[in-house]
Design a protein around this ligand. Sequence first.
Ligand SMILES: Cc1cc2nc3c(=O)[nH]c(=O)nc-3n(C[C@H](O)[C@H](O)[C@H](O)COP(=O)(O)OP(=O)(O)OC[C@H]3O[C@@H](n4cnc5c(N)ncnc54)[C@H](O)[C@@H]3O)c2cc1C
Ligand code: FES
Length: 279
Amino acid sequence: MHQFESPLKPELAEIIRVKEETPFLKTFTVRFLDKKKQKQFSFIPGKFVMASVFGFGEMPISISSSPYQKDSLQLTVNAVGNISRQMHLLGKGSVVGLRGPFGRGYPIQKFRKKNIIFFSGGCGMASMRSAVYAVNAKKELFGKLFLFHGCKSPQELLFAEDIAKWEKEQNFNVFVSVDKPTPDWKGNSGFVTDLIDKVDFPVENTFVLMCGPQAMMNIAIEKFRKHGFKPEQIFASLERLMHCGIGKCGHCNIGKEYVCVHGPVFSGSELEKMHLREG
Ligand SMILES: Cc1cc2nc3c(=O)[nH]c(=O)nc-3n(C[C@H](O)[C@H](O)[C@H](O)COP(=O)(O)OP(=O)(O)OC[C@H]3O[C@@H](n4cnc5c(N)ncnc54)[C@H](O)[C@@H]3O)c2cc1C
Ligand code: FES
């Protein structure tokens, strides 16, 4: 549910910090100009905002910060096209527009006392980081935690500082794999989906949260299913082209499902009904 008077009117937000994460990804910390709106803003990890770069357009971006961070929020943007490249040119003090939050996030309240596997690839780590923060802040409520993350090269590892911190935490099993290791890379190499067959994790009472390229998610779902996971134990976040973000324009639909409203997070059972196989 959006929180401002009109779901179609962007609210102004100032960029208060920019962090260069990798050669193509930057994290923008933004704060609504209207203090009351900033205070009102809340979201569930997995939800997204429509971010406007004025004069260029709007794009859907997941919120990558913790839902418990109240004075600002973070958007981690991959410079892939017209709007995202323009956003990368903005700095501290620039103003962007934000609508949202939109869509359905990860049903974290369902996972209490359960084990959780966070599974992400590339810039899918953006929405996953928010879910990890949310769960980690109340760790005592959950079972064993696992994070699997894959990226192309060590240089493209997103949120390396967070990952290094999580690796040192008790009850947090972190596995990172890079497709193309450099000579100084000491971790796993190969596709992150290969780790599913190599790592020991519980299947009973375990939920898998997934975000990343569709091809990675298709393989990961198939592998987790082979390990005995039922479709309802898996939740995956989908990406589609979006314009309105509120179920009106029809740009994001897959059959009768509007990814902007009924997703972007879908359960494995819902995905099976959607017959989603494209890459
Ligand atoms: C729910 C949701 C959450 C997202 N979260 C993030 C995020 O946290 N960080 C981030 O960097 N990106 C995220 N994206 C993707 C982001 O919205 C697109 O990369 C963005 O729209 C690109 O806009 P552009 O004008 O820069 O690129 P364009 O010029 O529009 O496109 C560049 C290339 O990307 C393709 N493309 C554009 N949008 C999408 C899309 N939604 N799905 C698949 N391919 C697309 C185009 O076909 C083209 O090949 C998210 C998308 C969705 C639907
Ligand atoms: S983006 Fe318009 S219907 Fe989903």
